[in-house]
Design a binder for this molecule. Structure first.
Ligand SMILES: Nc1ncnc2c1ncn2[C@@H]1O[C@H](COP(=O)(O)OP(=O)(O)O)[C@@H](O)[C@H]1O
Ligand SMILES: [Mg+2]
Length: 338
């Protein structure tokens, strides 16, 4: 089966100098949740804009749902769903009116509109607020409404560009629960950029890490973590010494041992399997253990490994990011008002 999204050698240079996206290639399978992770200015929004018919690339090719994105940008816009980080719901319309407007814009058949909107409103848990103006909604409600607007025409591929930025944990959880339900029901392919690595870890089946416009790693979250050499077992021994360290280092499965402040940090692909042999070896060497802990690497460590930088969730958006998004949002609104 053809991939839902196929990207080859895609590049975008702004003003002849800003190389926002540089020669990226990847496929996203049908029904997959694909995460696109990277720090601010990495090229995520630029990529989403190119894949959704909003921005012409400098070089490369891409198809979405089998359609060439660059030759048929209007067809792409009709087919896909897109949720921006910026609010695109009209604050002076009710939730229901926002959905009606989107349904008209996307040419949803008239007799399908009402049942569809009713069921969406209920699923989004804003049924009670359906006839209230969107400006009275909480951030989480507004995001769910915008997700409803993005999928009113039952797209097969949905793009979410940092959809939960600024939401509280509860709002984020509610948003993702709803996305997961939609995926289960409709087998929708979802392309997600997010600032929150933990989110990507739970939602996405596969991830690409983008840095300075280039993809630096691709894989499932666990593949990426495995590439770091696996888990870290931290041992607090009753005493330390070269003999203790040597005994640990000699155990099967141990990749590396570092000593730190009276403890040993032991890297092993399967930390939980190492613990029994580790305890046994220490006992044999006459060393007691006061504590043993197991830590699985998180995507934060993966990120650090592949980009050489700590991931900062709280940086928010760049000014350009904001300007680009606002431009896109007002374009979308302009389109809908015509
Ligand atoms: N319209 C534009 N004109 C000039 N530079 C841009 C434009 N849009 C984005 N950029 C630049 O391209 C790079 C990638 O931006 P962007 O795709 O928004 O990153 P991200 O979404 O990962 O934060 C940044 O350096 C940004 O400043
Ligand atoms: Mg962005």
């Amino acid at each position: 089966m053809e991939p839902a999204i196929s990207v080859r050698g895609l590049s975008k240079t702004f003003n002849g100098t800003v190389r926002a996206v540089q020669d990226i290639s990847f496929d996203v399978a049908n029904g997959e949740a694909f995460g696109f992770l990277g720090p601010n200015g990495a090229g995520k929004t630029t990529t989403v804009s190119m894949l959704t018919g909003g921005l012409a690339p400098t070089a490369g090719q891409a198809t979405v749902d089998g359609i060439d994105v660059f030759h048929h940008p209007h067809e792409i816009k009709r087919r896909i769903g897109l949720v921006f980080q910026e609010s695109t719901a009209d604050p002076d319309l009710t939730g229901r009116e926002n959905l009606e407007l989107a349904a008209a814009l996307f040419g949803v058949p008239r007799r399908e509109v009402e049942p569809k909107i009713d069921s969406l409103l209920e699923r989004m848990q804003i049924g009670d607020a359906a006839d209230r103006l969107a400006k009275t909604y909480s951030g989480g409600m507004r995001r769910r409404l915008e997700l409803g607007v993005g999928i009113i025409h039952s797209p097969r591929v949905l793009f979410l560009d940092e959809p939960t930025l600024g939401l509280d944990p509860q709002g984020r959880a509610g948003f993702w629960r709803y996305v997961q339900e939609l995926r289960k029901e409709h087998g929708m392919t979802v392309f997600i950029t997010t600032h929150y690595l933990d989110e990507a870890d739970t939602i996405c089946e596969r991830i690409a890490i983008i840095d300075h416009g280039r993809i630096v790693a691709t894989g499932t979250p666990s593949e990426l973590k495995d590439r770091l050499g696996g888990d870290v077992v931290t041992v607090h021994p009753s005493r330390t010494g070269p003999d203790v360290e040597a005994a640990i280092r000699a155990l099967p499965g141990v990749v590396a041992v570092t000593s730190y402040d009276g403890t040993y940090r032991v890297k092993a692909p399967r930390g939980e399997e190492l613990i029994p042999t580790l305890v046994e070896a220490c006992t044999r060497a006459g060393v007691g253990l006061t504590a043993v802990s197991l830590k699985r690497p998180s995507l934060d460590e993966v990120f650090l490994e592949f980009t050489g930088r700590e991931y900062r969730e709280d940086e928010g958006m760049t000014a350009t990011d904001r300007a680009v998004r606002l431009g896109q949002a007002s374009q979308a609104l302009g389109r809908s008002r015509r």
